[in-house]
Design a protein. Structure first.
Ligand code: FE2
Length: 200
């Protein structure tokens, strides 16, 4: 944790969004109730044009996610309690099956994606749900129920999704899963454009 709030994108829309979200988060509501309060603002962000700079919609060849997937930090709280980032997935590429270890909202900004949601049953990973997303679609991630998923771009263009999560997602150690074997691997995705403070 850097201790200082960081905005990587200068946009009054993003600043206003973050201020509203922080006010909601500090109410200490259950995650589902907080997500419901954030939903209208998140929908507004996803529907708005021109606030996300082109460089944050670019893939990244060397990426902690693999597959050229770019994870670009847009904002994070200095205490590690909140982050906003874009995830850029080239055509045909998919993330590992992974978790987030925090609640939040994820929505599609460009392109189309398929999402697969997994759940653990008796130590095994089972596919619970598969859904197709178009721009403007978004969903809440609330552990433990919805925390494990994989996304894949189905459009001929790169997909860009916007993630709001109540941790510093790129810098926390979380988990990648092999859905066939159930093997669990420690996983830290990092961000393309900022370091994690304990990077060497
Ligand atoms: Fe994810």
């Amino acid at each position: 944790m850097s201790g200082t709030d960081e905005f990587l994108v200068e946009s009054s829309l993003v600043h206003g969004f973050v201020a509203d979200v922080r006010e909601i988060v500090t109410q200490g509501l259950p995650a589902a109730a907080a997500c419901d309060l954030i939903r209208p603002r998140f929908a507004e962000l996803l529907g708005a044009e021109r606030w996300l700079p082109d460089r944050f919609q670019e893939p990244a060849a060397a990426s902690g996610m693999g597959g050229g997937i770019g994870q670009w930090l847009l904002y994070r709280a200095g205490d590690g309690s909140l982050s906003l980032f874009s995830l850029v997935v080239p055509p045909g590429a998919q993330t590992p099956v992974h978790d987030h270890l925090a609640w939040g909202l994820v929505g599609l900004y460009r392109g189309t994606q398929d999402e697969e949601i997994y759940a653990k049953h008796d130590g095994r990973l089972e596919l619970e749900q598969r859904r197709a997303l178009v721009p403007g679609d978004f969903y809440a991630l609330i552990p433990p129920r919805d925390d494990i998923h994989r996304v894949r771009t189905t459009s001929v263009e790169t997909s860009v999704s916007i993630h709001l999560l109540t941790n510093d997602t790129g810098c926390v150690w979380r988990h990648a899963y092999d859905p066939a074997s159930g093997a669990v691997t420690p996983f830290r995705s990092g961000y393309v454009n900022v370091d994690c403070v304990d990077d060497p």
